[in-house]
Design a binder for this molecule. Structure first.
Ligand code: GDP
Ligand code: MG
Length: 251
């Protein structure tokens, strides 16, 4: 499962739903960062059926950008999980990163995730609780508590040992993209935990990388309704994927 010839070293995928206010500065920063790197990179924005000008704005901003880019548009709103899956499986880079549209995890952490993969990880994930992480701007108190509870319940149900499954900044090798995403079934918020569970069942190495994180006050997640659904989804994840077994890989 080698990456195709001429594939970029890195693909960056940004899921975006009604992001016309936050996406502009993000695209600017990401393009600037990627252009400054020595390796070739591509940028893919997945507009999730936004009712605002997210897709048009992305196209306008990327027009003429010095790196390969694409804007994929879902016909209607499908969820972050669906959009990430679409972007990651569409991407061609030897490595593929997905990042939230608000850059709560600064794009500069790309280098740290790459280093973790260089050191042997198949999947490197941003973590707000791994030793060395620091949170500059916290989420509202109740949301942060809900996140911590989700982490405890997630570890109990999935037994993953991963503390922060929900940080929107994760990098996969191409092989990991091809092994993991075909199994992903969840289209909304719990998909991160699902991807990690699948990867671990397949015997892939998932590593938490501490990040500097600053919450953006604007959030599309409701701690109560989305949180309840996410906990219900955990049981489904276990049920759906418990039968997966480690893959044998050529060395
Ligand atoms: N595709 C998709 N992305 C969404 C949806 N809602 C939010 N997002 C994206 O998911 C990311 C995280 O959303 P955000 O509101 O910042 O969540 P929070 O930081 O966890 O509170 C952003 O890139 C959003 O554009 C949705 O319904 N579909
Ligand atoms: Mg956010």
């Amino acid at each position: 499962m080698a990456a195709a010839e001429n594939a970029p070293r890195l693909s960056v995928v940004i899921p975006a739903y009604n992001e016309e206010l936050r996406l502009g500065p993000t695209i600017e920063k990401v393009v600037q960062y990627l252009t400054a790197q020595a390796y070739p990179a591509e940028l893919i924005v997945v507009d999730d059926g936004s009712s605002d000008r997210t897709a048009e704005l992305a196209r306008e901003l990327l027009d003429g950008a010095p790196i390969p880019h694409e804007v994929l548009v879902n016909e209607h709103n499908r969820g972050k999980g669906y959009s990430v899956k679409r972007g990651m499986t569409h991407s061609t880079g030897e490595l593929a990163l997905f990042s939230d549209a608000d850059l709560s995890t600064p794009i500069e952490h790309t280098a740290d995730l790459m280093a973790a993969i260089g050191a042997g990880a198949d999947i490197a994930i941003g973590s707000r609780v791994a030793p060395g992480a620091d949170i500059e701007v916290h989420q509202p108190f109740l949301r942060e508590m809900a996140g911590r509870m989700f982490s405890v319940v997630q570890r109990g149900i999935l037994g993953s040992g991963i503390k922060d499954t929900q940080c929107g900044f994760k990098m996969f090798t191409r092989e990991a993209v091809e092994l993991v995403f075909p199994h992903q079934r969840l289209e909304r918020w719990a998909f991160d935990a699902e991807l990690i569970f699948i990867a671990l069942r397949l015997g892939l190495r998932v590593v938490e990388v501490p990040v500097h994180w600053r919450n953006d006050a604007e959030s599309k997640v409701s701690a109560l309704t989305d949180g309840t659904q996410m906990v219900a989804d955990l049981a489904a994840i276990r049920r759906m994927h418990a039968g997966l077994r480690p893959v044998r890989r050529g060395s």
